[in-house]
Design a protein. Structure first.
Length: 194
């Protein structure tokens, strides 16, 4: 090692020893003419994140006040399989129901056009009803709803562009599945159709 390298190593070692002795409190702090590289800021803890349930609880209930699906014994003429939805309300696009709503002359939801990514439970939630009721309203014109025996298949395959019926009086006249219009015999009592 040449003399210049040996002196540089010795100087580096001396600075290291002085720095360590400063940690023990033996040496006075060294003042620098350089400004500090970082400005100290006040510490703020991160905001706690909300759970999905907490977030959902804060949202207004857009379906409040709707008389939903109500069943009765026997099958009055205006019921679908003994059930009726007194009012449907479109609360607007939500997860799993982002398609377009078709309204009747009174401005009430009459049908729904399925969008990519939609699901039966999302459509039911969007219209403040139950999934089984939407399935009943579409039991004649969709293969995936019809079983041929009382009850339902439990499968409701949706395709973008499908028309989903939302009116108990148009079960036999509104709706399709993947561009095909089926015409099954109702396997449940339905009201007179328009």
């Amino acid at each position: 090692m040449n003399r210049r390298a040996a002196l540089a190593a010795l100087a580096s070692l001396t600075v290291g020893v002085l720095a360590l002795s400063g940690c023990a409190g033996d040496a006075a702090p060294v003042e620098s003419s350089q400004p500090p590289s970082a400005v100290a800021t006040e510490f703020s803890p991160p905001e706690p994140t909300k759970t999905e349930a907490e977030t959902a609880a804060e949202k207004p209930d857009l379906c409040a006040g709707i008389k939903g699906v109500e069943g009765v014994h026997g099958y009055p003429e205006d019921r679908v399989g003994g059930y009726i939805q007194y009012e449907m309300r479109d609360i607007g696009s939500i997860e799993y129901a982002t398609g377009e709503t078709v309204v009747d002359d009174e401005g009430q939801p009459a049908a729904y056009i399925v969008a990519e990514g939609d699901a039966l439970h999302g459509i039911a939630d969007r219209f403040c009803t139950e999934a089984f009721y939407v399935e009943m309203l579409n039991s004649i014109r969709r293969t995936s709803s019809y079983t041929g025996t009382p009850g339902f298949s439990g499968v409701f395959q949706l395709y973008p562009g499908d028309t989903i019926n939302l009116n108990r009086f148009t079960i036999a006249t509104v709706g399709d599945e993947n561009g095909v219009v089926y015409d099954y015999t109702p396997d449940i009592p339905i009201p007179p159709q328009q």
